[in-house]
Ligand binder design. Sequence first.
Ligand code: FAD
Length: 460
Amino acid sequence: MAEYDFDLFVIGGGSGGVRAARISAGHGAKVGIAEAFRYGGTCVIRGCVPKKLYVYASRFPQEFAAARGFGWEVGQTPFSWHALVSAKEREITRLEGLYQKGLEAAGVEVFADHASLVDGHTVALSEAGRKITAKRILIATGGKPNIDPKLEGREHVITSNEAFDLERLPERIVIAGGGYIAVEFAGIFAGLGVETTLIYRRDKILRGFDEDMRDAVEKGYRQLGVRFVYNRTFARIEKTSSGFIGHMDNGAKLDADQIMFAIGRSPNTENLGLEAAGVATGPGGEILVDAQSRTNVDSVFAVGDVTDRVQLTPVAIREGHAFADTEFGAKPWSTDYELIPTAVFSTPEIGTVGLPEHEARSAYPHLDVYKSTFKPMKAVMAGKDERTLMKLLVDGASDRVVGCHVAGYDAAEMVQSVAIAMRMGATKADFDRTMALHPSASEELVTMREKWVPPAQAAE
Ligand code: FAD
C-alpha cells in the first residue's frame, strides 16, 4: 500500500494551484486538488477576466460618440447592467468548466471543498469530513480584499468580490483606494455612466507607477467625470434609507448608493491550519517561502498571492509551473521576477515594463528619457481630446532600454511585445534600427529620436 493517498495535494483551484496540479500530474504524480469556491480562482471568477469584460463594456459610450466622426449615425444606446452581468456569468462559467476539464483530463482528482492542514502531510476536507494524506502539499489559496478592520459600518461596504454582481448599477459610487483595482473599477463605473468618486489616503493614484502615467490616467479620469478626494480616509460608514454616507476623517461626508473598498489585498490564510502544521508566516500573514516555493516545513510548499511576492496571475502560474517541474519533473527552475510587464486597464490604459522614471534615475546616473505625446489618428477624426503618451527610459552608459511606459489605446498590447525585446537586452539603437509599422501608434516607439529635456533645463 502507498505510504500516502496522493503524491501531491493542492489547496486552492486558482491560477497557481491549477497549473501546479496539471503539470505535476503530467509528470506522473498522483494529484488531488480542493477548491472551496469556484475553479479558476480570483482571476477567472472575480478578477482579471470579469474586470476586462466590464472594461470593454465601459468603453462603448466613447466608441458610440467617436463613430459620428466617421460618418455613423448612432441611434439610442440603452445599457442593461443585468445583461452584462449575465453575459459575464456565462463566460466565466465556461472558463470554470474548462479549468475543471483540464484538471480531470490530466488525471487530477478534483474536490469541491474547503481544505486545511492537519499536519505537514495531512489535509482535512470540511464538507466531506475526510482526511487525506499527501507526500507534498501545495498551498495556493490566493488573497482576499482588505477592509479597514477598525472601520465602523464596515459591513455596509462592498469589495471587488461583490462589485461584479451587484443587483443593479448604482447611480453614485464612492471607491476607496488608489491602486490599480480601485482605479480600474472607477473607470468601469464612470464609463457606464455612474457618478464616481475616488477617495484615497495619499495625494495621487497609482503609487509606484511612472509619474507621467499617473498624471495621464488622472487627466483622462477627470475628463470622464471622476471626482478625486485625496488625503482622506473613511472613519465611518452609515447606512441610510436611500443609500450610504461615508464620513471622512475630517468630518466631511460623501453620499453614495454604493461604497466600495479596494485598498489592497491580504494573503488568504484563514482557517488553513498553518499553525497546526507549523508553517511560518510573515508580518502581513504571507506564507514565507524560498525561491523554490518551499516553506519552513519540508513537505509544504506555497505559490501565488498567498506568498505575496508579486500579486499577478502570470506570476502565480509561473510559480506553480516551476514548483511542479522542480518537484515532479526533475527539471528544477525558479521564477524570474525581472521585467514583469503589467497593465492598468483604465481608460486611458497603461502598459508598463521595467523601471518607472523615478527609480531609473536612482539606478542609472546617466538616464536618457524619450517621450512622445500625440493625438491618435482615431481621436482626431472623432473630435476627442485624447492623447497617447509613450516613454522610453534608456541607460545612457549601456544604451539599454530600462523602462517602457505607454498610456493610451491598446497600451497593454504594445508593452507585452516590448517586454520581449527588453528581456533580450534591447538597446535604444535596436529600437531605432527597427522599421516602423505605419500607420500605427506603436511606431512612435521606434521613431523617438530626441532626448526629452525637462522644461526648466530647456529654458536655460
Ligand atoms: P487565486 O486565483 O486567488 O486562487 C486561490 C483559490 O483558492 C480561490 O479560488 C479560493 O477560493 C481557493 N481557496 C482559498 N482557500 C481555500 C481553502 N482553504 N480550501 C480550498 N480552496 C481555497 N492579475 C493580473 O495578472 N492581471 C489583471 O488584470 C488582474 N486583475 C485583477 C483584478 C481584480 C479585481 C483582482 C481581485 C485581482 C486581479 N489580478 C490580476 C490578480 C490575480 O487575480 C491574482 O494574482 C491571481 O488570481 C493569483 O492566483 P493564485 O493562484 O495565487 O490565487
